[in-house]
Ligand binder design. Structure first.
Ligand code: NOJ
Length: 730
């Protein structure tokens, strides 16, 4: 049978070549439309060649401790994709050469990698990027990441992560943009466009991957890899919107998630992968499973054996198997026994080939081997990383204007984070190196006339308080203390859940001890999640959240502390009062009783710092909120406007956050929902007008549990800061 097949294939090849009157096979002809090339190539492939395209193996030593599993010894050159963990183009090109020259059809391999917040020029973690409220600037950073990745031979990044996450115990909150579906959608779409550019085949562009599809952020109790209980309504209103926005932005691929979505794991979920993504949204790229997600269908208690896991996954719509090495050995017999159809295989192969063609891999399979100084840590890349870091910092408290530091002040720099380099990188730091990072100490030393006096005080955790005395002495000899606390880079990210979001006691004790020296204390926090600051905030005169800012963290901190840059970050995750308030997020639905009922007896029921919160060194006065019409029809657009004046004496960037509220609706709706935001520089003393063009269907409607968009007549509120106006849909 196989022989007959290959003879007919050879004949088909010759025929097309002659029929096209060219010396080139149609699928190799770049002048033909992608779809024609895909169909031509597919028609020439054997079942084994097709199945090979549906696998991703791993090339190079693995640098993620959670990606454990068997490494493949022999890499077949017919393979669809490789997870490429080496760091130069040489081995990549060598492997590609085998695919191009030693295989029958010469189909290039797709090289994927986790370039999450930078490849070598590591910029702030995604959670921090969200806090910048500047998706364009975050996009600039993604461009740098794409260029550095492309130059080393990466065609495809497993980013952006657009999981809405509302439990800071879950370590992966660091990898997303926060708790809000709209803000996550905007940043996700911006990242997709930045990675892919207008045309993925242009040099420097790489394919994006929206992950983890879907609902991974709902991990129960903040533990990783566990069950998620997600109603169809929450799926549609909370977890799907960022994926839909990313698909609309053109995302080439999606990664199916590990989590069990109310009884059906994301990687075996026909409803999400096929019915929603491919049928309703018309996505024509492909879905890759997360690392070992197919095998895990067995662990999750769904498939009794590997073959059944493969059957469930591929039939649900998972096109490429990441490093499980299960599609390769099982698919042919599943096809033979009729458990998987050839049509499904063809559909999956088409999707993968389409992306390879769109990336221009058939025309440009190899990457130019450039010297490091032409491709990584370029001055303009460092500049983007610094500017982005500066905009992500959130000033949470600033009593008596202790910040910015005053010229000539003697600064004591204390704490375990002060000289740390690696921790500022955060999790998933690609090929970033600790030695690339400018520490807070080095950054400040650069700009202060007198280098800060330094004492570590203690480690990040443990009981060794022997450094406290020196820290207190250093504090007492200074005019102001900058105390650098926070989380190690490995305390967030994958498989990094924590049962409490408070910092270890020793760090809180260091603050107490240093505070007793009687000097103003600025607490600088570097971390990958919302923290419980109940015992920290009251003792601090100022608190600056710097997240995990990447390699330019030190200079960015120096610029903000000294007032060269006015802090403009705003939280995109609620900081609970304590861990016990979780889940707490701004867009909760109305409770049945309000006032004093339904409250905690032992702690406040309001958060410590809410979504959207952040201070500045200047103050902004908001004028009266106006709307262009009080009532409207579904086809009208209403414009809401507010003028904002910078009433202080320092230039600053203000983000106006526009929320809507539908007070009464057939299904209950959140107390308010972010629908638009804009960040602008307002010079001191000047005013700027901000606008929100309200498209009723887009901005006021809701999506029901079936994914239908519903707009109901009645009143809606448009909310900005503490003002709201009512508009009525006739
Ligand atoms: C597992 C993670 O969940 C995913 O985010 C990542 O892209 C893959 N491993 C590949 O490293």
């Amino acid at each position: 049978m196989k022989k007959i097949l290959s003879v007919s294939l050879i004949l088909a090849c010759c025929f097309s070549a002659v029929a096209g009157n060219k010396n080139i096979l149609p699928y190799k002809d770049a002048s033909l439309p992608v779809e024609e090339r895909v169909e031509d190539l597919l028609s020439r492939m054997t079942l084994d060649e097709k199945i090979a395209q549906l696998n991703q193996y791993s090339l190079g030593s693995n640098d993620n401790v959670n990606n454990n599993g068997e490494m493949v010894k022999v890499l077949p050159p017919e393979i669809g994709s490789l997870l490429y963990t080496a760091d130069d183009a040489v081995s990549r090109n060598a492997m590609q050469k085998r695919a191009m020259e030693e295989t029958r059809l010469g189909i290039p391999i797709l090289f994927g990698y986790d370039t999450v917040h930078g490849y070598r020029t590591i910029y702030p973690i995604p959670l921090a990027q969200g806090a910048s409220w500047n998706p364009d600037l975050a996009g600039e950073a993604c461009r740098v990441a794409a260029q550095e990745s492309y130059d080393v031979g990466i065609d495809w990044t497993f980013s952006p992560m657009v999981d809405v996450a509302r439990d800071p115990r879950w370590g992966r909150v660091a990898e997303g943009y926060g708790e809000d579906p709209y803000l996550t959608s905007v940043f996700g779409a911006s990242a997709v466009k930045a990675y892919q550019g207008d045309d993925m085949s242009e040099p420097g562009n790489i394919a994006a991957c929206l992950k983890h599809y879907v609902g991974y952020g709902a991990s129960e109790a903040g533990r990783d890899y566990v069950y998620t209980e997600i109603s169809r309504q929450s799926l549609w209103s909370t977890y799907l919107p960022p994926f839909e926005a990313g698909v609309k932005a053109g995302a080439a691929t999606l990664m199916s998630s590990f989590n069990d979505i109310s009884g059906t794991p994301g990687s075996a979920n026909h409803y999400t992968m096929t019915e929603i993504l491919k049928e309703m949204w018309g996505h024509d790229g492909f879905v890759v499973g997360d690392w070992h997600a197919v095998k895990q269908l067995v662990t999750q208690g769904m498939a009794p054996d590997d073959a059944t896991a493969v059957e469930y996954a591929i039939n649900a719509g998972l096109d490429m198997d990441m490093t499980d090495n299960l599609y390769m050995p099982h698919l042919a017999s599943l096809v033979e026994s009729g458990r998987v159809s050839v049509d499904r295989i063809d559909d999956a192969v088409r999707r993968i080939l389409r992306i390879k063609f769109r990336l221009g891999l058939f025309e440009h399979p190899y990457v130019e081997e450039k010297p490091e100084n032409e491709r990584i840590l370029l001055p303009e890349s460092l500049d983007v990383a610094r500017r982005l870091a500066e905009e992500t910092f959130v000033l949470l408290k600033n009593e008596e204007d202790v910040l910015p530091l005053k010229p000539g002040q003697k600064v004591a720099l204390i704490g375990p984070m002060a000289k740390s380099q690696k921790d500022l990188l955060g999790s998933w730091h690609g090929r970033g190196l600790a030695e690339d990072v400018v520490s807070i100490f080095d950054g400040l030393s650069e700009v202060l006339t007198e280098a800060p006096a330094y004492a570590a005080g203690c480690g990040f955790e443990g009981d060794d308080r022997s450094g406290f005395d020196e820290a207190v002495k250093t504090a007492s000899e200074a005019d102001v203390v900058v105390l650098c606390l926070g989380e190690r880079y490995s305390w967030s990210g994958e498989n990094a859940s924590r049962s409490t979001i408070a910092l270890p006691e020793i760090q809180e004790d260091l603050l107490k001890a240093v505070k007793a020296a009687g000097k103003p204390v600025v607490v600088l926090l570097s971390n990958g999640r919302a923290l419980d600051l109940t015992r920290i905030s009251p003792l601090a005169d100022a608190v600056l959240e710097i997240w995990q800012p990447g390699i330019m963290g030190g200079p960015a901190v120096a610029s903000v502390l000294t007032g060269k840059t006015n802090p403009s970050g705003r939280l995109t995750v609620t900081f609970p009062y304590t861990t016990g308030q979780i889940p707490i997020y701004y867009c909760q639905r109305h409770p049945a009783r309000d006032g004093s009922q339904g409250r905690y007896q032992d702690i406040p029921s309001t958060p410590m710092y809410e979504f959207g919160y952040g201070l500045s060194y200047t103050s902004y006065d908001y004028g009266t909120l106006t709307v262009s019409a009080d009532s409207f029809t579904v086809n009208d657009t209403v414009t809401a406007r507010v003028a904002v004046t910078n009433a202080g004496d320092m230039d600053g960037k203000e983000t106006v956050q526009w929320y809507v509220c539908d007070p009464y609706s057939t299904i209950t709706r959140p107390v308010k929902e972010l629908k638009h935001f804009e960040k602008k520089l307002i010079p001191a003393g000047e005013s700027c007008t901000f606008e929100f063009e309200i498209d009723p269907m887009r901005d006021l409607s809701y999506v029901n549990w079936k994914g239908e968009r519903i707009l109901e007549p009645g009143d809606y509120y448009i909310i900005v800061k503490d003002q709201k106006v009512c508009i009525t849909l006739e």
